[in-house]
Design a binder for this molecule. Structure first.
Ligand SMILES: C[S@@+](CC[C@H](N)C(=O)[O-])C[C@H]1O[C@@H](n2cnc3c(N)ncnc32)[C@H](O)[C@@H]1O
Length: 407
């Protein structure tokens, strides 16, 4: 019965008005496994109306928030990753006044002449920076930490987050945090040049680019009065969502490829988090925590029966327990007939295909939801964790948008 409803489509073709995935403020921050905005736009236009409230319990970089605001919807965003709290005020700026390039330039001048210094509480920091670069980057952060927060300092902070990784031993061409031989060589060569001028220029040019993105965003949303609320650094499984919601649009973590907290560790340290706080967040990350119940559905039980490795069985149980807990926690707040739109691939685990959409569908149909539609998009469009050895080389040829309706 379910197969009749699979529609092979291309979200890029269904939403031709979006020409570039990084348009307006979407590309200010790099984030692994971002939604393409087309999927979100399609779900918003198909299943919600103006001023509706949409929830995303795995909001990541806030694609749902940007698209919701652009489409005159309200959004509530949650994610374990605290970076959400830094991204949304820039990506979804609701103030309408035009930002001034002169004011930004003035703030950048102050940044350059500042003598303040900030060093993160990171025991391992010397591993990641040559001393002279650490000193330079610390000085820039010192200014950010010691000046009053304005939109201009927030813009500069976003540029500084990128520059702090670029001017370090950490590989900056992929989101994952690691040192590579080629990066060590790159830094060695950089140190022979006028690198500190390059660092300053990078911060300036990135800040200016972001300011222009924000102005473009403000220009197209000039008449929009909606709200985008957010809470980063929280576990969506148990977060109390005390409000009625008109739709859920989300893309849950991947089964094996994620490690968001480890990926953004450097950024979090600069923003002021310490080892213990980051470890605490990592412990809550799906699927690296113990399952507190065993989800059972026919398709999931089939995978379980085939899987022999204990560690992978544990991971599978953890994944479905906590992913479903978080989805259910948000979906409990949906109004009757509201849709839950879940975008997900079919990964392989030890060579066994896991049809996540089907397992979620079976679970939720058994718990008061109707299976409404399944869209299959064959375009390989999400960048995972770059150089990480892909554990599922054949597992992600399609991605699926599962649409459920609340009974
Ligand atoms: C596939 S990403 C979402 C990306 C997002 N759709 C976007 O466009 O940026 C999945 C997200 O799940 C988050 N996550 C993992 N465990 C979580 C938990 N227990 N509670 C809330 N979020 C969690 C990760 O931090 C990550 O941002």
């Amino acid at each position: 019965m379910t197969h009749k409803r699979i529609q092979l489509i291309s979200f890029r073709e269904l939403v031709p008005e979006i020409k570039d995935t990084g348009y307006l403020t979407h590309s200010i921050f790099y984030y692994p496994a971002k939604f393409i905005p087309h999927v979100v736009r399609y779900a918003l236009k198909s299943f919600t109306k103006e001023d509706d409230w949409v929830v995303d319990p795995f909001a990541g970089s806030g694609t749902v928030g940007v698209e919701a605001y652009l489409c005159k919807r309200n959004a509530f965003l949650l994610d374990l990753n605290p970076l959400l709290n830094y991204m949304i005020p820039l990506k979804v700026r609701t103030e309408k006044e035009r930002l001034s390039e002169e004011s930004l330039s003035q703030t950048l001048d102050n940044l350059e002449s500042s003598e303040d210094c900030y060093t993160p509480a990171w025991s391992n920091i010397a591993y990641w920076y040559p001393p002279e670069m650490l000193e330079a980057v610390s000085r820039y952060w010192g200014f950010i930490k010691n000046s009053d927060r304005t939109i201009y300092t927030s813009i500069i902070e976003s540029a500084l987050l990128k520059a702090s990784k670029h001017f370090s031993y950490a590989e900056h061409r992929t989101p994952k945090l690691f040192r590579s031989k080629s990066k060590l060589k790159y830094v060695e060569e950089l140190l022979q040049t006028d690198w500190s001028e390059k660092l300053g220029k990078m911060i300036r040019s990135r800040s200016l680019e972001t300011l222009r993105n924000l102005n473009d965003f403000a220009a197209v949303t000039n008449q929009h009065q909606n709200r985008v609320e957010f809470e980063g650094g929280v576990d969506s499984s148990y977060y109390p969502l005390q409000r009625d919601l008109d739709a859920l649009i989300t893309s849950p973590p991947y089964l094996q490829a994620q490690e968001y907290m480890r990926t953004v560790k450097m950024e979090l340290f600069w923003l002021g988090y310490n080892d213990e706080q980051i470890r605490g967040l990592s412990r809550l990350e799906i699927p690296y925590r113990k399952a507190d119940r065993i989800v059972q559905t026919p398709s999931l039980d089939k995978v379980r029966a085939e899987l022999t490795r204990q560690d992978l069985l544990q991971l599978l149980d953890s994944y479905f327990c906590h992913t479903i807990n978080a989805l259910e926690n948000a979906m409990n707040q949906l109004k009757p007939n509201a849709r839950a739109c879940i975008f997900i691939g079919n990964p392989l685990i030890d060579g066994i295909k896991v049809e996540i959409w089907r397992i979620l569908m079976e679970y939720f149909v058994g718990n008061g939801y109707f299976f409404e539609n399944l869209y299959e998009d064959r375009i390989k469009n999400r960048q995972l964790f770059g150089t990480r050895k892909n554990k599922n080389p054949d597992g992600m040829k399609s991605e699926f948008l599962l649409v459920l309706r609340k009974g």
